[in-house]
Ligand binder design. Structure first.
Ligand code: SF4
Length: 416
């Protein structure tokens, strides 16, 4: 039987042997079937949730007990894992919104910490266990000598060493995916944007780049990375920027410079897909793959979360169709929240979107947002019967679309 984990005021974590663990979706409390648990993945972190009392079940009755004075505990999962439940808690009336991270239910089971999660990608590219910060620091110094005056090196050094961005760290380790941030602004205003927040009660976790790099600065580091790394990916659209399509001219020129020198590597764009016309130009310039982010396949919930300016959900769908028509590999960056993503109606809208656009892959990334406030923001209060389960949703999609890839990272595509 999974047991409740809780934290005291000092942040020390304990098991409560008297209480069975519970989990939460959309503010509703559930018992956890042990088949839904996996051991806490290496590289994950545990959070104490202040102003939130842990909840468990007492005995076999359906009575839920608030573990008064004991704070809920959550896991921030290592990349490659998708949460299927949020942690169970009751928040104090005055509780402040949680910081912009994702929160997965964590329990005590068989003497260890387990979580309600699914492994969706076996790639280790963001696993902090395999990243040597000493080497990142040393290489950052060397890169400054190799690229004198290239402002992106200083920006990426801050990303790697101050904000712990794994893509930036991997760039300095010459492996995997090289970030190419370009855009200081965005044409959306996502409630959970990690690079810019105007609200006073919530703070961006990775501030945006403050300048627009020159195409030559971008191409310089992209070509270096492609030259050094087997199966290299270079990616526009990072956590430390706004929307790269707002700088489409610069991105287009940079792609021409890169493709003019090599046909190796994959040039990828992570985007909100707001401007199909500009995306088409980038594809014509040589873009190989695109990842389009959305929290929902339904216009009403997309709009409530993204708060788009001078574009709409139809443009996002049009971008997906444009990219597919041009035979580019398309992933959805599907920002997942247990209790919303697995709603029957949401699943229905997603399967329709997959069916009518032919997207190649879904990346099941955990949405970094307070798991109770999210439902208030979207103004939804689903009941248990409406939730089919994230794992079941993935299985249904796999069955209906056998070629649809599931994962977490942008893949290298040797066939392109
Ligand atoms: S689209 Fe990306 S950069 Fe723009 S507001 Fe949303 S999360 Fe932030």
């Amino acid at each position: 039987m999974p047991r409740l984990l809780y934290a005291d005021k000092k942040g020390r974590i304990f098991e409560e042997p008297e209480l069975e663990a519970a989990a939460m979706k959309a503010g509703r409390i559930f018992r956890i079937d042990p088949s839904e648990l996996i051991e806490l993945p290496k590289g994950s972190q545990l959070f104490v949730l202040p102003e939130r009392q842990a909840i468990g079940y007492y005995g076999s009755t359906d009575d839920r007990m608030i573990s008064s004075g004991r704070f809920a505990v959550a896991a921030f999962l290592a990349p490659g894992y998708t949460a299927t439940y949020s942690p169970a808690y009751i928040d104090d009336r005055e509780a402040k919104i949680l910081p912009l991270f994702s929160y997965c239910a964590a329990v005590s089971y068989k003497g260890k910490i387990y979580v309600t999660a699914i492994r969706v990608d076996s790639d280790k590219r963001h696993n902090s266990q395999f990243i040597s910060i000493t080497s990142v620091k040393r290489n950052a110094k060397n890169f400054k000598k190799i690229f004198p005056g290239n402002r992106l090196i200083g920006h990426l050094e801050t990303c790697a060493l101050t904000y712990g961005c794994p893509n930036a760290q991997n760039f300095f380790l010459s492996r995997y995916e090289c970030p190419l941030p370009t855009a200081p602004v965005c044409n959306a205003s996502c409630a959970g944007c990690i690079s810019y927040q105007s609200a006073k009660d919530i703070c961006a976790t990775q501030p945006r780049i403050k300048f627009v790099p020159k195409p030559a600065e971008i191409a310089g580091i992209a070509l270096y990375h492609i030259g050094k790394v087997k199966n290299a990916i270079v990616s526009f659209g990072q956590g430390c920027e706004g929307e790269p399509l707002t700088q489409a001219g610069v991105v287009e020129e940079a792609i021409h410079l890169i493709k003019g020198r090599t046909h190796k590597g994959i040039i990828n764009l992570n985007t909100n897909g707001s401007r199909p016309d500009k995306l088409e130009r980038l594809i014509d310039a040589g873009l190989d793959s695109v990842r389009i982010s959305l929290n929902s396949a339904r216009v009403i919930y997309y709009t409530k979360y993204y708060r788009p300016v001078r574009y709409n959900f139809a443009d996002v769908v049009s971008s997906i169709k444009t990219a597919k028509k041009k035979r580019v590999f398309v992933s959805l960056n599907y920002l997942t929240m247990p209790g919303f993503t697995d709603l029957k109606d949401e699943y229905g809208a997603l399967r329709k979107l997959v069916s009518k656009t032919g997207v190649d892959m879904i990346q099941w990334r955990n949405l970094n947002y307070d798991p109770i406030r999210y439902f208030k923001l979207l103004k939804v209060r689903p009941v248990e019967d409406e939730m089919i389960g994230i794992k079941q949703e993935m299985e249904l999609l796999k069955k209906e679309f056998p070629k649809l890839r599931m994962g977490y990272f942008n893949p290298f595509l040797p066939t392109l």
